[in-house]
Structure formats: C-alpha cells, structure tokens
Design a protein around this ligand. Structure first.
Ligand code: CTP
Length: 362
C-alpha cells in the first residue's frame, strides 16, 4: 500500500518506464475461510501479499506463464480470494489489450478494483489513478477480514428516515440518521451476504458491496421492500418509517395566513405489519424505539406484526439515541428477552446478525 501511494504521488522509478507499470495488489488469505474467525489486521497482513507487476507482467499473469514466484502464489489461489488494484496512464488503461487482460483476470475469478479518475503521476488528468486508501482498505477487508458466514443469504436492510411531503418546500420527517441500518448493511456485506440497502435520505456515504436503493417516502419504501420480498431471506427494518403523511400534497408552496394552521394527516402503509402475515421463508427483524415500557411495547409489536425478532431501544438511555455511534439494545424474540450492554453500532450490528444466524439455524 505504501508503495502504491508513492507511485500515485509521482513515483517515476522502476527502470524509468513507469508508465509501463501497473500496481497490482493480490491480497489473499492463506488460512481459508473456516479458520478466519476474529481475523484482524495483525494476523491479516501476514497472510496478505501485495504484488506489483508491469502491464506486460499482468498480461502474462492472465496467460499463466509469468515470473515463477508470482505464478506459484497465483496458482494456489481460489477464485474470489484475490483483489487486484492497478494504476497506470489513461492511454495505457484504455488500450484494448489492457482491457482484454483485465477482463480475462476477472473471468478467472480475480476481483479487479477499478481505478479512479484524477491527476495522474505524469500530471495528465484521466482514469487510471490508484483508488483512495479507504477504498482499497474496504476491498481488502471485504475479501479477508471476516468469515463469510452469511454467504448466499439475501439480506434487505432498511435505514434512515422517510420524508412525507406537504408541499414542494416542506415535509414531515424524524431524527433518524441511518447509522444503525448502515452499520447492519456493512456488517452483513462483510460477512458475505447479498445485501440490499433501502434507505431514506441520509448524510452517510454509500455502503460498498451492497445494492443501494434510495427512497424518499414511506410509500416508496413500502414498494421497494415488498417488490423484493419474495427474493429476500432476511429483512431487517431499521428505518424510522413515518406512520402518518399529509393527506394531500399541495402543488404550490403553502402561503402563510393569519392564525393557526392544521394539517390533516393519514396513516402510511405499515410495511412490516403488511408483510409479516405474508412471510414464507423470510426472517423478519423489526426495530422498536420507545421512551417507556420498552419490553411490553416491543413484545406487542413482535406478536402484532408476526416478527421473528425485535431490536428494542429506549431513547432516554444514555448512548442509545439518534445520531450517536453507540446503542443499548434489547433483543426480543418468542423465546424471551436479552439485554445487551452499551456497544458501538458496528458491534450491535454484528450481535444482531449473530442472533439471526442462530435463530435461522434452529
Ligand atoms: N415500520 C414499518 N412500517 C411503518 C412504520 C414502521 O414497517 N409504516 C417498522 C419500523 O421500521 C420498525 C417497526 O416497524 O422496524 C416499528 O414498529 P412500529 O409499531 O411502527 O413502531 P412505532 O411507530 O414506534 O410504534 P408506536 O407508534 O405504536 O409506538
């Protein structure tokens, strides 16, 4: 990674013909998925091997007769266990021969991470720039950081608030930031699930390795969830869906008048309430945010909406409110309740997925 950065910041060594070089990182675990529980950076880097190769070498790689030490490693790889990153001049990248070579590597199961656009080492502007460190890191983590215990599971997560329009200027919404739902989507993707993230408007960056479905209103979220329901195995409704919307949406901005204003509202579709009774193979996990009688109120939702699990939290408990990076949750299932301590939302996400895995396996 250090070498790659040096390159993208103007490295011009390697025999003077730097444009002929591709930085290809081949990262793979030597431990196999089964032995990767608790795999972290300390152990991770010892099992991850970066390689730099020239465009010629890359071409050779896909033909399978390059430098013996590289090929010995590559031959030991299972497809899907290898990420390749590259950086090169735009002209070289767009050359059909390079494109063919990259496509061939992908066909053999290598994950080729696309380059970014921007100022290149030679000061040209175009595609071929090495992706940012955080992008590379996310790819590496996705490949090696976690056991893929959710491989093949189709997980739909909803996140964030909905917005219910009143006129072209105003809407009704709530304080949800989407952090819990996004953490769930990321954790599920890292664990190998096929994730669809259906979300209202948030300020969060998209979650890599998920299908991103942005929506605005409760009705749009209802349609996004129900249209995918047959092909969903696990639905986690972390979104704060509005229960009411204005009965009519004014075409033009509502002008103020003297005196008070009343806005008639109507119920939105209860997404979980509608699909709960219709579930076949799906595992349904709802969220419940309360300010009092947490267990009683949340247990009522479990039964009423025919859910398999409710993740409940009390807005008044420190560290459990909107916008923070922590949560204090209680799992409510048909078997009883389990209260978890204050945890980061990332850890809560993993605990939820662990519980879902356990319950699905029953
Ligand atoms: N939910 C939903 N459709 C809605 C509203 C909420 O599917 N129209 C989901 C939420 O995503 C959450 C769960 O239902 O997973 C929350 O249940 P709900 O009974 O709607 O909670 P509250 O609105 O907080 O309940 P109440 O007003 O009864 O306190």
């Amino acid at each position: 990674k250090r070498q790659a950065n040096g390159y993208s910041n103007g490295f011009n060594g390697w025999g003077g013909d730097w444009m002929g070089w591709i930085v290809l990182f081949l990262i793979f675990g030597m431990f196999g998925w089964g032995g990767m529980g608790g795999f972290g950076w300390g152990g991770g880097m010892s099992g991850a091997s970066p390689y730099m190769t020239s465009a010629v070498t890359q071409a050779d790689l896909q033909r399978g007769f390059d430098n013996q030490s590289v090929m010995n490693k590559l031959n030991g790889l299972e497809s899907g266990l290898c990420d390749g990153f590259y950086a090169m001049n735009t002209g070289m990248l767009e050359n059909p021969i390079t494109q063919d070579n990259l496509a061939t590597l992908e066909r053999y199961g290598f994950t080729v991470i696309p380059s970014e656009s921007g100022v290149l080492a030679c000061k040209d502007v175009g595609s071929g720039r090495l992706p940012k460190e955080e992008v590379l890191l996310e790819h590496i983590l996705h490949t090696i950081a976690r056991p893929k215990d959710l491989a093949g599971v189709r997980v739909a997560v909803t996140a964030g608030p909905t917005q219910e329009a009143l006129d072209p200027v105003r809407y009704l919404t709530n304080h949800s930031t989407g952090k819990m739902g996004y953490a769930l989507a990321r954790a599920a993707a890292m664990r190998g699930a096929e994730v669809t993230l259906i979300h209202g408007q948030t300020a969060l960056p998209p979650v890599k390795f998920t299908t991103d479905v942005p929506v605005t209103s409760a009705q749009q979220m209802y349609e996004a969830v129900t249209s995918r329901f047959d092909t969903t195995d696990v639905l986690i409704m972390a979104a704060a869906v509005a229960d009411y919307r204005p009965t009519t949406v004014a075409d033009d901005k509502i002008k103020k008048k003297e005196g008070d204003l009343s806005i008639p509202v109507e119920r939105t579709e209860d997404i979980l309430g509608t699909i709960g009774p219709r579930k076949t193979h799906q595992f349904l996990c709802g969220f419940s945010m309360e300010t009092r009688d947490l267990v009683e109120n949340s247990s009522a939702k479990l039964a009423k909406k025919n859910l398999d699990m409710v993740v409940a939290n009390n807005l008044k408990v420190a560290g459990a409110g909107f916008g923070v990076d922590t949560n204090v949750v209680t799992f409510i299932t048909p078997d009883g309740t389990r209260e978890l301590p204050l945890m980061s939302k990332a850890d809560v996400a993993d605990a939820i997925l662990d519980e879902i895995l356990r319950r699905r396996a029953k």
